[in-house]
Design a protein around this ligand. Sequence first.
Ligand SMILES: Cc1cc2nc3c(=O)[nH]c(=O)nc-3n(C[C@H](O)[C@H](O)[C@H](O)COP(=O)(O)O)c2cc1C
Length: 205
Amino acid sequence: MKKVSVPVTNDVCPQTLFVYGTKNEDGTPDFGLFCWFSYCWFDELGVICAIGGSKRTLENIRRTKVFSANLVVEDNLPLADYFGTADGRDGDKMDVEVAWEQGAVLDVPVLCSSPFCFELEIDKEIATGEQNEVVLLCRIRNVLKDERFVDSSMTPEELYKAIAAVQTCVDCDYWSWDGRHLGKWHERAKEIKADVEIGAAARGN
Ligand SMILES: Cc1cc2nc3c(=O)[nH]c(=O)nc-3n(C[C@H](O)[C@H](O)[C@H](O)COP(=O)(O)O)c2cc1C
């Protein structure tokens, strides 16, 4: 295989998408969409996430030290894309229909439409840039999983198909786990709110 050097990019490296759920100061939920998410090891499995710049999600995480990470699947992609388009600091972001429930262990909002959710607590925050760009190392305090996928007799292929996780890759596109194109960033959000505008927090990312 002959490789060539190209400008810095991660364009062909698929990323899993999660909706982060946080609580505002008045106890109402805020949800945002994130893909800079992976894993680390403490004395147990942990989570590492990068947040790029000021946004409601980061303000809430810093204040409460906890949040949920909810796997994005084909069924909730329009809602997830909306959460990655509208700005949480705009008062009307959450004026849409969202089924959520309280986490089982932490005071975090969890998306009902997600089959797999982490309840996370910050262990360390590391500054990576000068404008609120950070990496968060998180302890997994609980995992919530759709009971249909616990101890199931499905093969891995049947399981991946049933979960239907969404990935993002290349030019701001969404893809199914088996390679079907599911739309571009900020397009599917219009199924939730036709006149949604791309908020400052999303533009900055
Ligand atoms: C597909 C997609 C992936 C995103 N991933 C990230 C990410 O990993 N880190 C980040 O800081 N912002 C990311 N964003 C931008 C946030 O979703 C956006 O700033 C949103 O406004 C956050 O919600 P909030 O304003 O309620 O905090 C992403 C947006 C999209 C559309």
